[in-house]
Design a protein around this ligand. Sequence first.
Ligand code: NCD
Length: 307
Amino acid sequence: MKSVIDILDLSVEEIEELIHTACDIIARPEAYQEACRHKKLATLFFEPSTRTRLSFEAAMYELGGNVLSVSSGSSSSAAKGESVADTAKTVSCYADIIAMRHPNEGAPYVASLNASVPVINAGDGGHNHPTQTLADLLTIYREKGRFDHLTVGFCGDLKFGRTVHSLINALSRYEGIEIVLISPEELKLPSYVKKDVLERNGIPYRQTTSLLEPMPDLDILYMTRVQKERFFNEEDYLRLKDSYILDLKKLETAREDLSIMHPLPRVNEISVAVDADPRACYFKQVLNGKYMRMALILKLLKEAEQG
Ligand code: NCD
């Protein structure tokens, strides 16, 4: 039973195949309207979400399937103390596939070991978020037409930002990638990602606290929110939350073909004036996320059927 807990659970070829399916869905949506008829997706979200949960659900509806949903820990038996393992066994009796978001790192993995249906990690703590990465990859593909020979700047909360960790893992498998890590000292990329991903794969990277200095070099600027919910104290959050605010002035030295990305939600990191700039891609990412989740649900259900 294939589950997707980490973006590296998908090979480069499988990602290519998902991109291909997503592009076909975009071109011929009617061909997929009945593809998941009589199938059920359970979305188990034990942490807040707008985009990820709704895009999973919209994806399943557009494939002709149905959705069962838990949208908060407090409304499910988790509040009574039920384990993730028991929840996974229970939901496997009702649904054909599960998407799970959980504040504890590794919880979707535990679910996948206990479920009898595929489990998709929809974000686990400050760890990983593979389906946001699929949305990001389709966006990069549609904007740049390639995944190689790109200089990518990641800016903001690189410590707790799970979308950053997953996208760095995904990009580490392509040629000619250079990474610029832009963050305050306290929110630097964890050393396990630097060592196990960047250094192990020989990806050149540099760390800086300045957003302005690397700007002219970037093909992609990936902005992120400071992850308030993972801070131990309010004071540190308040001090760091507005470390970087991208505005039109800061973009003066940026390339004409820069792609500005953000997994959203945005708090203050990008001024709304930037939204009208043709380089802003963050609302395209939202839509691309639905298409890639459609492609992933189709793939995992097909594989589960084939045993
Ligand atoms: C991200 C997440 O949940 O990690 N949101 C999302 O799924 N698009 C980013 C964030 O919350 O900052």
